[in-house]
Design a protein around this ligand. Structure first.
Ligand SMILES: Cc1cc2nc3c(=O)[nH]c(=O)nc-3n(C[C@H](O)[C@H](O)[C@H](O)COP(=O)(O)OP(=O)(O)OC[C@H]3O[C@@H](n4cnc5c(N)ncnc54)[C@H](O)[C@@H]3O)c2cc1C
Length: 611
């Protein structure tokens, strides 16, 4: 037991030593931990919830790979679709790598025990998803490998079982507070808290991998788990790492109206049709060729316009209908059982008999912690504030990021359905292979880091939430009130449609919230599963993510992918074919070029997107 004295409080912590730390036990974290453990390294996998409760478990529709089981397919076509779907902001080298790896990694998942749905010939079932094409945009492809509509559940449980078998050491229900750096600013470990009893632990390792998932909780209506609070992004920002492309948030077209939970794209893949109050199948107006299977940004905007123009359904005309009633009953029962459950539980509607009321819901964060293909976190090195575009970048030693919290930039300005489950396992494995290589090349346990240069500062930050509650006036505010206000501000300022005035208002309102947050105290100072303290720690991270989002969004004066401005309606490649990098300090933004150079395939030049 080690101890650091802080004011009146003595903060004790236990110390542990590992070869590598994986923070997060979703699909990304579990795939990485498994590869490291199987390569003979000692891995600590930390999760604030029991691993199989990570948000990956909620993924419904499936994972993309050009297996050609249902329609002829090629990884090159998948690559083209992903680049087009990204509205040309995705890095083409990363997209090429992901699409090349896809078939092998899906087969690997099958061998790990994922019970994929089957075709009559025994091969893995594949369904159509939005933005998928054969022969570079010619006809609809069927590329999404599915385990009914519970694909994420199946993948996460298989990976968990593999990690148990491999002997990965798990710190479940432990909350990662902050990254520890040595005197050279190399990341050398993490400070965590046991949620059962609030005990602190310091885990030391030469390689720390962030796999903390998304942050959809910055919006009021979202499809994300309540634990999706952007903790990894907050931790990275606090050690000076910028966040990339945070203006791009995917609004999934079909969330349960007024509630937000997801109705998978698989419903449209199986033949579901969107209808307005007049019973009109309106997608033909917006995407004449592929209709319901246009990419998500296109479909979400179409629904929002129908409602905006008064063709919404219900008393308040504020939703449209997703009609599955024409599908064969066995398709719904066998391919969409989870969707039927959601409808019965939350709406009291059986989709076999009645259409589902839906509206876009915040779903996925395209931006995140900038990384290269090895998962190494990268920082730009730019010449001067006068020339803020830079191609030069350095890696942050000891720190890696994978999965939804990372931005290796395979999704650019808009992610295609089925590409995130792919991203998390492809880059989870790749980062682990890179770290393993480093460890085998002599760095293993050579110098055990034992002194955290910034540890005292981190303990100080944490100590705030141990103080006694203060006077009544200050206590009138609360963590939960600030969170609700943030969610409303983001919905109003940075929703499906955006403009200068509302985004600027969001930035200013968030600055006010930061001031309130600096003063707020908590009422509950107990040490057993202190939900209020955990919420406070999460809220600090959410506010950082919200601020990065609003500032990055207001600066980008064009419409691209999910970033739709009513005051700048066109994509502007001359000026904006570049990634945003946001630093919280003085709200500084720099930009870096998009990588348009794949390694094998010809580059894809930006085209107008037509669906
Ligand atoms: C409802 C829904 C359906 C989806 N369906 C699909 C789909 O069909 N196909 C597809 O490709 N994508 C889908 N997605 C997207 C995809 O599921 C996610 O992007 C992906 O699963 C994220 O995986 P991850 O491993 O990065 O993060 P997560 O699975 O979210 O895991 C994050 C992990 O980090 C841990 N963590 C976070 N903060 C801390 C902290 N401070 N301390 C300790 N641990 C921490 C959590 O405990 C958790 O273990 C869906 C998403 C949602 C929300």
């Amino acid at each position: 037991m080690n101890a650091a004295a802080h004011g009146d409080l003595k903060l004790d912590y236990q110390e542990f030593f590992f070869d590598a730390i994986v923070i997060g036990a979703g699909g990304a974290g579990m795939r990485a931990a498994l590869a490291l453990q199987q390569a003979g390294h000692q891995v600590a996998m930390i999760s604030k919830v029991f691993p199989t409760r990570s948000h990956t478990v909620a993924a419904q529709g499936g994972i993309n790979a050009a297996l050609s089981n249902v329609t002829e397919d090629k990884w090159q076509w998948h690559m083209y679709d992903t680049i087009k779907g990204s509205d040309y902001l995705g890095d083409q080298d990363a997209i090429e790598f992901m699409c090349q790896e896809a078939s092998q990694i899906v087969r690997e998942l099958e061998h790990f025990g994922v019970p994929f749905s089957r075709l009559d010939n025994g091969k893995i079932y594949q369904r159509a998803f939005g933005g998928q094409s054969q022969n570079y945009g010619e006809s609809q492809a069927k590329r999404t490998c599915a385990a009914a509509d519970r694909t994420g559940h199946a993948i996460l449980h298989a990976l968990y079982q593999q990690n148990i078998a491999a002997g990965t050491e798990m710190f479940d229900e432990h909350f990662a507070l902050d990254l520890i750096q040595d005197q050279n600013d190399h990341v050398c470990g993490v400070l965590i808290q046991n949620l059962h009893n609030s005990e602190l632990k310091v885990i030391w390792a030469q390689h720390t991998l962030l796999a903390t998932g998304g942050a959809g909780q910055i919006f009021r209506t979202n499809s994300n788990a309540t634990i999706n609070t952007g903790d990894g992004l907050g931790m990275a920002q606090r050690i000076g790492v910028p966040l990339q492309d945070m203006e791009f948030w995917q609004f999934h077209p079909t969330g349960v109206a007024g509630k937000g939970m997801l109705i998978s794209e698989a419903t449209r893949g199986e033949g579901g049709i969107l209808k307005n109050a007049d019973g009109e199948a309106f997608m033909v107006k917006y995407a004449p060729k592929v209709k319901e299977l246009a990419s998500r940004d296109v479909v979400a905007r179409a629904i929002a316009i129908e409602v905006e123009e008064g063709r919404g359904c219900g008393e308040n005309k504020d939703y449209v209908l997703l009609d599955l009633t024409h599908l064969a009953t066995d398709v719904i029962e066998n391919r969409l059982p989870g969707i039927r459950d959601i409808c019965l539980t939350f709406l009291g509607i059986d989709p076999i008999e009645k259409p589902i009321p839906i509206f876009p819901t915040c779903h996925y964060m395209m931006g995140g912690i900038p990384t290269n293909l090895n998962g190494q976190v990268i920082q730009p090195v730019y010449a001067s504030p006068q020339s803020p575009i830079t191609e030069n970048q350095i890696t942050v030693q000891g720190l890696y990021a994978i999965g939804e919290c990372a931005c290796v930039s395979v999704h650019g300005a808009n992610r295609l359905g089925g590409n995130s489950l792919l991203d998390i396992v492809v880059f989870g494995r790749k980062a682990a292979q890179f770290i393993s290589h480093q460890l085998q090349n002599g760095k293993q346990n050579s110098e055990r880091p034992t002194a955290g240069h910034n540890l005292n500062t981190l303990l100080n930050r944490y100590q705030r939430w141990h103080s006694e509650t203060s006077n009544e006036a200050e206590n009138q505010d609360s963590i939960f009130a600030i969170k609700q206000d943030m969610q409303k501000i983001m919905e109003r300022g940075c929703g499906v449609f955006r403009d200068q005035v509302h985004m600027q208002q969001a930035v200013e309102s968030l600055r006010e919230l930061e001031k309130r947050f600096a003063k707020v105290t908590i009422q509950d100072t107990s040490n057993v599963f202190n939900f209020e303290r955990t919420s406070a720690l999460e809220l600090e991270n959410l506010l950082a993510v919200a601020k990065a989002t609003a500032c990055s969004a207001v600066a980008r004066t064009e419409s691209r992918g999910a970033h739709t401005r009513v005051d700048f309606t066109e994509r502007n490649d001359d000026v904006w074919l570049k990634h945003t990098l946001f630093y919280p300090h003085q709200e500084k933004i720099v930009y870096k070029p998009v990588n348009m150079q794949p390694k094998q395939h010809e580059p894809f030049a930006p085209q107008k997107r037509v669906y």
